[in-house]
Write a protein that binds this ligand. Sequence first.
Ligand code: SMG
Ligand code: MG
Length: 369
Amino acid sequence: MIRPERISLHLVELPLVQPFVTSFGEERVRRVLLVSMTADGLIGWGECVAGAGPWYSAETVDTARHVIGDFALPLVRGRAFDHPRELAAVLAPIRGHPMAKAALEAALWDLHAQAAGKPLAQVLGAVRTEVPAGVSVGIQPNIPALVERVAAFVEQGYQRVKLKVKPGWDVEPVAAVRERFPDLPLSVDANAAYTLDDANHLRKLDRFDLLMVEQPLPYDDLVGHARLARTLSTPICLDESLSSPHRAWEALEIGACRIINVKQGRLGGLSAALAVHDLAQGRGVPLWCGGMLETGIGRALNVALAALPGFTLPHDISATDRYYYQDLAVPPFHLERGFIRVPQGTGLGVEMDLARLHRFTVASWAWQL
Ligand code: SMG
Ligand code: MG
């Protein structure tokens, strides 16, 4: 039984090692909200994956702070939880805001696993001790720079490379990378930058033997993806469109995707991610764990999730040094023969470095429950 006593939010600004450019913008500093939850002498940590602006999805760091502080907290106050999966029902009166909800649920899972004296991965049902690491490469200033970046990651041992694409940066850069690395497991992610009118153009990607094309069309266009899927040989993977387990079910029912990118934040929490895991496993749909430039707190949670049996493709889970000079959590994640090891300590299995948290925090809030 977990009875949360105190909840704090920490707004942090952590400089990225390299700017990350997607079809929707550039990020140089990760502005990120962390949640700490105290119960019975333990502290659980959660990371909210919302961005600084409403570009990836409608949520932002500030909407998450508002929704957690003003609406979720009053619902949680005075409650005790036998299991973290109970939280979703408590927060159900709040429509939307999956990332805000997921951050609270994450802290509860960390507490739950710590109280049980077990690693989170084990509590979730992990079957692996290490997970295959992929890397997501942002849009570069030019093609030679892209090929050089990809070469450096391949050299480091990443098992799969994902290239960010957008109109005007797609067929040529992909062709150049494919020519240099004929056998590299390669995928592309458009972050919703195309429409169904681009179907003929997108078909040009079929010649590069890509593992998948991720979220080519707008987030609310499941039917468009189903139509596009009928004309592409490259499998479609959905990310932004899958905002809940029910949406994932709908997408599979109508053939809008053949692969699922699982992000617990986008889906509304780890329990929702587990529901998608079970849904996909039952249908033989391959899964992999997406990334949101998490700090070590969110990364530890992703690694634990990715250790489940349904996760069979390399993930957007890279080593800490690909993102940050100094992470908030210790120890950092390293690449070992192309894999990231699943933490074996209790709970998340990483420790928040409180001095670093303090150094990078720009605002914080706390509530006694
Ligand atoms: O965490 O390695 C990572 C980033 C992976 O490309 C990545 N994420 O659409 O899948 C995606 C993007 C969303 C984040 S953009 C800030
Ligand atoms: Mg994506």
